[in-house]
Design a protein around this ligand. Structure first.
Ligand SMILES: NC(=O)C1=CN([C@@H]2O[C@H](COP(=O)(O)OP(=O)(O)OC[C@H]3O[C@@H](n4cnc5c(N)ncnc54)[C@H](OP(=O)(O)O)[C@@H]3O)[C@@H](O)[C@H]2O)C=CC1
Ligand SMILES: O=C(O)C1=N[C@H](C(=O)O)C[C@H](O)C1
Length: 278
């Protein structure tokens, strides 16, 4: 190999993809195999997964690429400058510790964390950068700041409801994106989402508490992801909407985050930091 080709490879940050057989994992693998800015150096799956030991390209129905699917997280992450992780909360907490030990950037797209999980991620971020967002798209992150502004501009007589729709396989609700939007709406009203969130409605719920923020989740078919923030008042309604048509936009955002994080110190970051929206 020429010196120039060698330098090119070394200059491109090496990325490990976790949950490589998943909907997001496969998008990321395909994108990284074609990337001029980053290179795929490893793929992880859960112990017992049917793809373990197989070439990831071949397992995905592509040409072999020389990277085997592994469940050996420590040696695989040791080769990486960044780990991109769209798996489950439990898997992500374990990867966060290992990625921090390797001092690599951890990009987390996984959703469905509880408060205790988030504290564990904060602990891992003391050693290396963690970039986490419930949605990696530019459009949603702009929608978050629009929601904050509109909520601040409109009084409590404007009821806020967030409606999200996803494919039938999604396991968490409300979606990570819906929670980001709810947090932004609450911030716009000078409160926290914990203070304003209405429990899911079922049965005789009573009238809507003034100033509360409600959520509704639709699950069906192959919907990639749709979010409406509804501001409803007497005689009028304002609706802010984002529709994702292709998971590639989340994968692109995650790779951008992994590259952005390369010169960052330990700490917790989000996509608004990456996109310069803060
Ligand atoms: N932030 C964003 O922009 C986006 C976030 N998401 C979130 O990303 C997550 C994944 O979504 P999606 O790709 O649709 O889900 P999938 O179920 O298709 O993929 C998750 C993958 O992770 C694998 N997995 C489970 N445990 C481990 C482990 N310990 N190590 C490695 N891999 C593991 C699963 O394997 P198996 O199925 O065999 O258990 C599966 O292949 C969800 O939380 C979703 O909400 C999704 C899209 C965009
Ligand atoms: O599970 C999904 O598919 C998605 N999850 C994220 C979320 O929970 O908001 C982002 C996107 O909407 C797709």
């Amino acid at each position: 190999m020429s010196d120039m080709a060698q330098t090119e490879i070394v200059d491109k940050p090496g990325i490990v993809v976790t949950g490589a057989s998943g909907r997001m994992g496969q998008k990321l693998v395909r994108m990284l195999l074609q990337s001029d800015e980053a290179r795929l150096v490893g793929v992880l799956e859960r112990p017992g997964h049917g793809w373990l030991g197989r070439d990831i390209g071949e397992a995905m129905g592509l040409a072999p690429v020389g990277i085997m699917v592994s469940d050996q997280a420590v040696p695989v992450i040791a080769q990486a400058q960044a780990v991109i992780d769209f798996t489950t909360p439990m898997a992500t907490l374990a990867y966060a510790e290992l990625t921090a030990q390797a001092r690599a950037v951890h990009v987390i797209g996984t959703t469905g964390f509880d408060e205790e999980d988030l504290q564990q991620l904060t602990a891992s971020a003391r050693h290396a950068p963690i970039i986490r967002a419930g949605n990696m798209s530019l459009g949603v992150n702009l929608l978050v700041s629009l929601t904050r502004k509109v909520a601040a501009a409109l009084g409590e007589d404007w009821d806020i409801e967030i409606v999200e729709s996803h494919h039938r396989h999604k396991v968490d609700a409300p979606s990570g994106t819906a929670l980001m939007l709810g947090e932004a709406a609450a911030e716009g009203r000078g409160a926290t989402l914990g203070e304003l969130r209405t429990p899911a409605r079922d049965g005789i719920t009573g009238a809507r508490p003034t100033g509360s923020i409600g959520f509704a989740a639709i699950r069906g078919g192959d919907i990639v992801g749709e979010h409406d923030v509804i501001f409803a008042s007497q005689g009028e309604r304002l609706i802010l909407r984002h529709i994702a048509n292709d998971r590639a936009l989340f994968a692109r955002g995650a790779i951008r985050a992994a590259l952005w994080g390369q010169d960052k110190g330990p700490g917790e970051y989000d996509m608004a930091d990456v996109l310069g929206l803060n």
